[in-house]
Design a protein around this ligand. Structure first.
Ligand SMILES: Cc1cc2nc3c(=O)[nH]c(=O)nc-3n(C[C@H](O)[C@H](O)[C@H](O)COP(=O)(O)OP(=O)(O)OC[C@H]3O[C@@H](n4cnc5c(N)ncnc54)[C@H](O)[C@@H]3O)c2cc1C
Length: 511
């Protein structure tokens, strides 16, 4: 089914335990700041009903019933491209896949890993994953992926931690009907607005860590699950929030620290339980899918950032200056690179686990995320440089609305003739918002730290081909067996006349 917005909002009236700034949230739908996130999340239930997006977001299950396309597992380049098109469309709309991105990526990773485990261990996880997928499709539930553990001392494995054993989510008891889990996941996006949490490990494990090799899904409103929501960026809301923090007021940090205080998980919702050898597959598959979402999220961000820099240059009357144009050209280039690398990752997918699921190409997708993360601060610097100091000292909505001081703001904070002061203030507020702490850190760490991408890039690079290129260039034998370089025509096939050795400036070399 495809739920309506009202059905989604009603589903949040489920007694979930959420805390925000030290207070228990009575109802996420009416909380002054969290309700902004819910409003954005509800777009997940708007887009599939819009005639112009229906074909993109809606598909049919085996019973012919309409279901959300993002809940299917991509099998080839075409399906990855469609997934990407959903993400980009929704992110440009303003965040309309909040409930079908991290969770959908975790579901796709469950599918990959269940398939591999069943083949190698003779387990029956694929059947459970597919039954769970059916449930999600039939009820059109909003999901998110809870992967990152709090981790304690990063240099120690889960089972080696000193202060307590719960820094990574773990199985504390195996019972007849299911398992009991304890631990905490941190920075989990979309958690206050989701119906279900899909949990899986964030790292590889050794045998001693087998109780930490754990994947499952549970409703947010489950006994023992507590969400400690992150402080909102904007403590204003409504028209004021939209003026002061135009971007983040709609997508306030949606993250929470999620505590699992001895939570019971029935077997049909357990998708890994102690198979420590396969944690790597799960973490790897999630990261690959999720970076595809990340690069789509970034397309929306980069377009808004590059556009804001161009707009403020125009509003300030500096859009013809040579140094400004060079900066804008660079910003447009980074935007384009991330867009194209994300597309390339779909066009040439990885099929490495040898079954019917396609994953984004690891080289392209990690290059895309790393390009964005490593250039984001330079993008901010250019925006801030072009905008001038007003992008931090800009008045607030309350200043603007006060009739006693507004005439001064109108008069003195105008710039180019023909551009209203209000428009100039709004773009300054946008730049202030987009260059703030939340976005900077989300860029570096969201979808995994930069070292994680470097690890993928190092492991996925075709070193044999690259070294063969160098060997061939340096005339060192060994390149001949390489699939790419070995088959290339040798320059020696060109027969030249004998060299004229009479030039004095060029010594004759031994033949
Ligand atoms: C805004 C935001 C949204 C997020 N959303 C989600 C989400 O929805 N779901 C989810 O599961 N996660 C989410 N994350 C988590 C994200 O994936 C992590 O922040 C990221 O993987 C880094 O982990 P960390 O924050 O624990 O930092 P750390 O792991 O402490 O990393 C800090 C630094 O230490 C390095 N480091 C860490 N361990 C080691 C080691 N053993 N050896 C060498 N170097 C090491 C890292 O490379 C990095 O440079 C989100 C994060 C942010 C900021």
């Amino acid at each position: 089914m495809i739920r309506t917005v009202q059905q989604y909002l009603d589903s949040l009236d489920d007694g979930r335990e959420i805390w925000c700034m030290g207070e228990r949230v009575k109802d996420v739908r009416t909380h002054p700041t969290l309700s902004g996130i819910i409003k954005t999340a509800a777009l997940d239930y708007v887009l599939p009903h819009q005639p112009e997006y229906r074909e993109l977001f809606v598909t049919q299950d085996e019973d012919g019933e309409d279901v959300n396309y993002l809940l299917t597992a991509p099998r080839n380049a075409e399906e990855l491209l469609r997934r990407r098109a959903c993400y980009i469309t929704a992110m440009r709309t303003g965040g309309g896949v909040l409930l079908h991105c991290m969770g959908a990526d975790a579901l796709a990773a469950f599918t990959v890993t269940a398939n591999v485990m069943d083949k190698e261990l003779g387990t029956h996880y694929s059947e459970r994953v597919e039954n769970y997928r059916k449930l999600l499709m039939k009820q059109d539930l909003g999901i998110t992926g809870a992967i990152t553990d709090v981790k304690g001392d990063r240099s120690l494995h889960p089972s080696q931690q000193k202060q307590h054993p719960d820094y990574y989510l773990r199985i504390v008891d195996r019972q007849k009907d299911g398992i009991i889990v304890r631990g905490a996941k941190v920075h989990i996006s979309a958690s206050p607005c989701a119906n279900e949490l899909l949990c899986s490990p964030c790292r590889t494990h050794g045998e001693a860590d087998k109780d930490y090799a754990l994947a499952f899904a549970m409703p947010v409103a489950t006994k023992g699950i507590k969400l400690l929501a992150v402080e909102p960026v904007s403590r204003t809301y409504g028209a004021e929030g939209r003026f002061d923090y135009p971007k983040t007021s709609a997508l306030q940090p949606t993250e929470s620290l999620i505590v699992f205080d001895d939570v019971f998980v029935p077997w049909e919702r357990v998708f890994m339980c102690g198979e420590w050898q396969f944690s790597r597959t799960l973490a790897y598959a999630f990261a690959s899918y999720h970076r595809l979402f990340g690069t789509c999220k970034m397309v929306g961000k980069l377009e808004a950032m590059t556009g804001a820099a161009a707009l403020v240059a125009e509003y300030n009357g500096v859009d013809r200056a040579d140094h400004i144009r060079k900066k804008l050209a660079w910003m447009a280039m980074i935007t384009h690179m991330v867009f194209e690398l994300g597309r390339a990752a779909c066009l040439d997918p990885a099929k490495e686990f040898g079954h019917d699921v396609a994953m984004p190409n690891p080289m392209s997708i990690n290059s895309a995320k790393f390009t964005f993360a490593s250039n984001f601060h330079q993008m901010c610097q250019h925006m801030q440089d072009i905008a001038g100091g007003l992008c931090t000292t800009v008045p607030t909505y309350r200043d603007w609305r006060n009739p006693e001081i507004r005439p001064y703001i109108e008069k003195y904070l105008s710039a180019k003739d023909g551009v209203s002061t209000e428009e100039r203030l709004r773009v300054m507020r946008l730049i202030k918002d987009m260059t703030g702490n939340f976005w900077q850190i989300d860029t570096i760490h969201g979808e995994g730290s930069m070292a994680a991408q470097q690890m993928f890039l190092y492991n996925s690079a075709d070193w044999d081909r690259l070294k063969a290129a160098a060997k061939r260039a340096a005339h060192i034998d060994g390149w001949q067996n390489n699939a790419v370089y070995g088959d290339l025509v040798s320059p020696d096939v060109v027969e030249m006349p004998e060299v004229d050795e009479s030039y004095k400036s060029i010594p004759v070399t031994a033949k």
